[in-house]
Design a protein around this ligand. Structure first.
Ligand SMILES: C[S@@+](CC[C@H](N)C(=O)[O-])C[C@H]1O[C@@H](n2cnc3c(N)ncnc32)[C@H](O)[C@@H]1O
Length: 355
């Protein structure tokens, strides 16, 4: 069933952001983070650190194998992984994550050591990896010698910044400060409208199916979310064999108008169901999806997403933001001196805020 993504909501519960903090591109606004914010950031990081690269056998046994393939397909189309970057012939790659385990995964994949069954040729671009909290640290300072970038990709991570307004703003300020004019942010994150709609469809505070569940605390029992505070709407998310940690609702139209404050304009947003229907079922992607094992061929090959996996895909949306301004044609930025073609553990930079 095709269910369209509506920007202004089946939930209709959020208004424009009532900001207490204004973005000051010159200054570094001092937001005070309380201990619980840090504790939750640590929980998220610990969870992802404990999940290291799976072997081929483990991946094949996963109950969400087709959903994973579908996500890979979305990322291939939306440019979210190392192989895609290689095909796009990028000049330089910087990867940042709060979880040391995720950074280590990336390092071994980049070096070609991740899966001995599938040893691949080296990537053609130099890379640099940084372990730190992207929603706390000023990345324009950390990456002063590397910026500006053409593309920033934030796959399944932006929603972890919506625990507080300060973190949500730091995330957008970082993206804005690192992108060149005309540069783009490509992202995938949970679709807040879908999650709130599903919450309202059930009697209790928990919903889900055989591959995922979401649970809200009793503090949200009236299922109304105040437009005066669109941050900190926490729920627990469990996705079989993939995720089990706190996450936060991102009311998309608030996200969109806040992004504009940082000179980032929305050029694309689609729920994953619509994205699959409109893009991944096109003839040029059918073969890829079949190869990935996401969609089967609908005839002899029945290996396709289960209804529950397809329902879980509905929880996500994909979006693109563009940094305002015209690209400076005269500026040639080739600063790859910090990147390497093989990354040792010592090459990973740890910045304060990492967990
Ligand atoms: C669902 S995983 C997605 C990983 C990868 N982007 C992908 O598409 O497979 C979410 C990632 O966001 C990272 N993350 C969460 N909070 C973060 C933060 N404050 N700063 C940097 N990374 C963060 C997690 O450690 C984890 O690696």
């Amino acid at each position: 069933m095709k269910r369209g993504y509506q920007e202004s909501s089946s939930s209709g519960s959020f208004g424009p952001p009532q900001s207490k903090f204004k973005y000051n591109p010159e200054g570094d606004a001092q937001f005070l983070e309380d201990d619980s914010t840090k504790m939750f950031a640590r929980k998220v990081a610990d969870h992802y650190s404990s999940r290291t690269n799976q072997t081929l056998e483990e991946r094949e046994a996963s109950p969400i194998i087709h959903l994973r393939s579908l996500i890979t397909g979305v990322k291939v189309k939306a440019s979210g992984d190392l192989i895609k970057w290689d095909k796009a012939k990028i000049g330089y790659y910087v990867g940042i994550d709060i979880a040391n385990g995720s950074i280590e995964d990336c390092r071994t994949r980049y070096n070609g050591d991740a899966d001995h069954h599938q040893r691949r040729k080296k990537f053609s671009f130099p890379a640099r990896l940084i372990c730190g909290d992207c929603f706390e640290v000023r990345l324009d300072k950390v990456l002063a010698d590397d910026a500006p970038f053409d593309v920033c990709s934030c796959q399944f991570a932006m929603h972890y910044s919506w625990s507080t307004e300060a973190r949500a703003r730091r995330a957008l300020a970082n993206v804005s400060a690192l992108l060149r004019p005309g540069g783009i942010l490509i992202g995938t994150m949970p679709d807040g409208n879908v999650i709130v709609k599903k919450l309202r469809e059930v009697d209790g505070m928990t919903f889900g199916n055989s591959v995922y569940w979401i649970r809200f605390d009793e503090e949200f029992e009236n299922k109304k979310f105040k437009s005066s505070n669109p941050f900190g709407i926490k729920y627990k998310f469990h996705l079989e064999d993939a995720v089990d940690c706190p996450e936060w609702i991102v009311p998309f139209h608030v996200f969109k108008s806040m992004a504009e404050e940082y000179d980032l304009e929305l050029i694309f947003a689609k729920n994953a169901h619509v994205f699959v229907d409109e893009y991944l079922k096109k003839p040029e992607f059918i073969e890829l999806m079949r190869r990935l094992g996401a969609l089967g061929d609908g005839k002899d090959d029945q290996s396709t997403l289960s209804p529950d996996e397809w329902d879980a895909a509905y929880l996500y949306l994909t979006f693109v933001l563009r940094k305002r301004g015209q690209p400076d044609q005269t500026q040639v930025s080739i600063r790859r001196d910090k990147g390497k073609m093989h990354l040792s553990k010592e090459d990973i930079m740890y910045i304060s805020g990492q967990v």
